[in-house]
Design a protein around this ligand. Sequence first.
Ligand SMILES: Nc1ncnc2c1ncn2[C@@H]1O[C@H](COP(=O)(O)OP(=O)(O)OP(=O)(O)O)[C@@H](O)[C@H]1O
Ligand SMILES: [Mg+2]
Length: 315
Amino acid sequence: MSEPILELDGLSKVYPGGLKALDDVNLTIRKGEIFALLGPNGAGKTTLIGAVCGLVRPTSGTIRAFGHDLATDWRKARARIGLVPQELSTDMFEPVQRAVAYSRGLFGLAPDPVRIEEILRSLSLWDKKDERIMALSGGMKRRVLIAKALAHEPDLLFLDEPTAGVDVELRKGMWAIIDQMRAKGVTVILTTHYIEEAEEMADRVGIIRKGQLIMVDEKEAMMARLGRTEAHISLASPLTELPPALGQYPVELEEGGASLCYRGGDGTGRGKAEVADITKALIASGIDYTGIDVRESSLEDIFVSLLGEEDEQAA
Ligand SMILES: Nc1ncnc2c1ncn2[C@@H]1O[C@H](COP(=O)(O)OP(=O)(O)OP(=O)(O)O)[C@@H](O)[C@H]1O
Ligand SMILES: [Mg+2]
């Protein structure tokens, strides 16, 4: 395992007024990983990012980045951290290229027009380089924020809702950029409401709710552990009761006996195998079917069911 790049230990944030936006968050991020932070509105994602980026002062707990304690050694870590903020708050009157080049300078790096051109081209912003930022569309403005964050070649990059309000094509372009960063060994922490995005990009996923990190796991492991298979088998003629041969499987009759529904498996492929066994058992019992619809659950299903369970516990 590679070295830890970011370590949050008992991190809490209580805003003036008493709202607890982060509640004892413990998290270690390793070099080169792509980590997706998922959670509903107000869960604390932006607060967490703000705490690491020096925009939010933690109430308690420690943050270590690149081995430096941010409370005492902020400067050493700062130059290596990049942030694409959720809110658009950039110098609207500046032309694109100058704003991006300026961001690089802010971090004390020598000007590098070739690198800036490369970044602008990779974000399809090169033909807009002389436009004022205010004259760009919302999605283009967001890409300018990304260009600014990339301009100082950070080792740890935070993307807070990088593709909110960005169309599907650009979102794919964004994913390609994250892939390039991965190849360069950059560590990326992103928040997103598009769970598809986490599923596509992330190595690990953390789920945050009401300031608490309720689950952190490898994406594959999370899907394997919490994933389910659901299959609907349409029967040629309705059944009044389940055939005895299916007694061992998690199946039910639905639609007045016209279809057989399987809900089971564990995301490891066992569900699909059981569905195949069920179809064989049906044939062996002389029961004909006309179609099968099999669906593996997604990260989204897992996310929704986890948040739902939490709500039930809270109620
Ligand atoms: N400056 C602030 N002062 C007081 N409360 C705040 C402040 N910033 C955020 N909060 C509150 O802290 C909680 C967490 O907010 P945060 O912005 O971190 O959520 P989020 O997970 O990023 O949500 P979203 O998905 O909507 O971006 C919310 O209840 C929010 O209202
Ligand atoms: Mg936010």
